[in-house]
Unconditional design. Structure first.
Length: 305
């Protein structure tokens, strides 16, 4: 790449990181008034389906409805949105937004472990060392004896890690079994629709439907903004991975975590003890060592918002 291209893609990477990093504080606002996880998830999937459907229309991509395609939609809906995001919305009530951003940054480490287990990747000492460093960072966050300046419920922090594990598994599923030859936007459109079909009866049965209000209150605006940002940044990520290479694009992971902490401080007033920077350093070092050098280990999660 030329110096001008490098500068252009770098600015794009920073903007993507700033956008994606804002989704955790926005999630914190969305759950602030007691909205149930299934109501929030329903609207997240509906907004996602609408935006992905619009992209597919613009790109003239039909939505296949064959048996194999439907199976793909429902599997990815469950492991990439319904299960992890239900946990995410529940945990967001109890966890600081900055801590959620930090914990989600272990996705590449979980992805490597799962890849080893299912044969997607081979053993590499460099990446094993990265796993160890990531584990140290996580232990700093969840150890009850460590003072981070804010109360961190250990049980909820540990449960939130399950969200990262689901996202890591989603990427490995796509890497191993593919997307039936479909464009990623087709896959996300179909998975969003499938997820909405799964969540709707649960939402109604639990009485968690959220009625849109005009003008929208802050929690509803936060949810809408989070969904729109995720779709726009995801689209930019897919484009950048093709234009600048997946190895360059994946560096957005560092910026997402950093901006997540910054936005949590600016908008939510979250302040941490100096110990948090030790956790951040360990996790960043782990991310650097675990990430592959030749290609992206896993596609970004469809439901991370």
């Amino acid at each position: 790449m030329t110096s001008r291209q490098i500068a252009f893609f770098t600015v794009g990477l920073v903007l993507m990181g700033a956008g994606w990093g804002a989704t955790q504080p926005l999630t914190k606002v969305a759950v602030s008034t007691g909205y149930g996880p299934f109501g929030l998830l329903f609207w997240q999937l509906v907004v996602g389906a609408a935006l992905m459907g619009a992209i597919c229309v613009v790109k003239r991509l039909p939505l296949p409805m064959g048996r194999r395609a439907l199976r793909l939609y429902f599997i990815l809906a469950m492991i990439g949105a319904v299960l992890p995001n239900t946990i995410s919305y529940m945990a967001a009530v109890h966890l600081p937004a900055g801590i959620m951003s930090l914990l989600l940054s272990v996705i590449p480490m979980f992805a490597f472990l799962i890849a080893l287990a299912i044969g997607n990747e081979g053993f590499q000492w460099r990446r094993v060392i990265g796993l160890g460093l990531g584990l140290i960072g996580v232990l700093i966050i969840i150890a009850p004896s460590v003072d981070l300046g804010l109360d961190i419920p250990v049980i909820w922090a540990a449960l939130y890690l399950v969200t990262a594990a689901f996202y890591a598994f989603e990427g490995n599923y796509i890497a191993k079994w593919g997307t039936e030859g479909l464009d990623l936007f087709q896959v996300m459109f179909g998975a969003s629709l499938a997820g909405a079909l799964v969540v709707t009866p649960v939402m109604i049965g639990t009485g968690q439907f959220i009625t849109p209000l005009m003008p929208m209150p802050a929690p509803q605006l936060a949810l809408l903004a989070s969904c729109v940002i995720h779709i726009l940044v995801y689209s930019a990520y897919v484009w950048m991975a093709g234009a600048a290479g997946a190895v360059f694009a994946v560096q957005v992971s560092y910026l997402v975590t950093g901006f997540g902490l910054i936005w949590a401080w600016v908008f939510l007033g979250e302040a941490y003890a100096a110990t948090i920077w030790l956790a951040l350093l360990a996790i960043f070092a782990g991310m650097y060592l675990v990430q592959p050098r030749a290609k992206l280990a896993a596609d970004p999660p469809m439901g991370d918002s």
